[in-house]
Design a protein around this ligand. Structure first.
Ligand code: DP6
Length: 347
């Protein structure tokens, strides 16, 4: 007997960054964060899972190759055992259910974008995995409940279980039961919002988020101010800007928070550099465009890598793209690697 399930999860890009853990095993963050997941996403992970009484161990294939390291990692075992525990509870209440909580699971996952290039692949990956295995095990938990499990795989993954505008509330309990993702607004609330990714470099990142954020927690002085004063205030303001569809406020907060996050990276010791010369050119370009129009029509944000994600309203897409294409010829290194089509990838 076998059971199967399949699911896709979109990439979410944080506009208020998660950076720092107060518990590295449960992935409990030092601050709350916010992200946007857009519907026209062509950046996503598709995951299928199968369970059978004849399987002899849990196995995982990523982009066509078996990943023995991740299969045996604490993150994956922790996530699977949490999901099995929920299934076990169901089985103990209903004797007619097959005890699939005792079977092993095979998982196949495919990204349609570069893994670990700062394009939030682990976020979509673990979110898809959790949603898929929850479906496989026929769990009835809602997305917020599942977000607590996805979080243990990769912090940012907890936000990818929802589309639209999502907050990850840091919580304060030691067991993590209040550190969860909640919807701020569905995508339909602000359908004019669009994003595009400028791929500056699709290579694997130098310093993983997990180790980078620990270095920041342990060595940066700026970081304390960020988590105690800067982010808590921004968290409330950004939620309001989304609810009120106030693009200028949303965009200004997004850019400032990206800069604040990268400043704490630079303030870590030894310093961590995620942005490169191309990233800085994009920052200057965005400010030039906004100056030209006399208001903020576009925002940038950078995760743990040099690629930029731009947010803008649909009505400004033509204005923005004409600037971007005009600038490409000056951005050395970009034209050589990618065609114009690939440079601006819509998510
Ligand atoms: C810069 O979620 O990848 O993208 O919890 O260790 O797996 P782990 O880290 P991860 O960190 C993401 C950091 C970020 C900001 C964000 O997505 O909020």
């Amino acid at each position: 007997e076998t059971y199967t399930a399949s699911i896709t999860a979109p990439v979410n890009i944080a506009t208020l960054k998660y950076w720092g853990k107060r518990d590295t095993s449960l992935n409990l963050p030092t601050n709350s964060s916010i992200s946007v997941t857009l519907d026209q996403a062509d950046l996503k992970t598709t995951t299928s899972a199968m369970t059978s009484s004849s399987f002899t161990k849990d196995r995982l294939w990523l982009n066509g190759e078996e990943d023995l390291q991740l299969s045996q990692s604490k993150r994956l075992t922790q996530v699977l055992s949490n999901l099995r525990l929920k299934r076990k509870e169901k089985e103990s209440k209903d004797a007619s259910l097959t005890k699939i909580s005792e079977w092993f699971i095979h998982i196949v996952s495919i990204n349609n974008f570069p893994t670990a290039a700062g394009l939030a692949s682990s976020a979509a990956g673990f979110a898809a995995l959790v949603a898929c295995v929850a479906k496989l095990l026929q769990l009835d938990d809602d997305m917020t409940e599942l977000s607590k499990i996805a979080r243990q795989g990769s912090g940012s993954a907890c936000r990818s279980l929802f589309g639209g505008f999502v907050a990850w509330e840091m919580g304060e309990k030691a067991d993590g039961s209040d550190s969860k993702a909640v919807e701020v607004a569905p995508l339909e609330h602000w359908p004019q919002m669009k994003a595009c990714v400028l791929v500056a470099c699709a290579d694997k990142k130098d310093v993983s988020s997990t180790s980078g954020m620990q270095l920041t927690v342990n060595t940066s002085d700026l970081f304390q101010k960020r988590i105690t004063e800067v982010v808590p205030q921004r968290f409330e303001l950004m939620k309001e800007s989304i609810i009120n569809r106030d693009f200028e406020l949303f965009a200004d907060l997004t850019m400032k928070d990206s800069n604040s996050f990268h400043a704490t990276c630079l303030d870590s010791y030894p310093p961590i550099f995620y942005m490169n010369d191309t990233s800085r050119k994009v920052v200057r370009l965005v400010h030039k465009i906004n100056d030209f129009y006399g208001k903020t029509i576009v925002a940038y944000t950078f995760d743990a890598g040099p690629n930029a994600v731009l947010y803008y309203l649909e009505e400004n897409e033509d204005k923005l793209m004409s600037f971007i294409y005009a600038m490409f010829k000056d951005l050395s290194g970009w034209e050589a690697k990618f065609s114009g089509e690939q440079l601006a990838k819509f998510i």
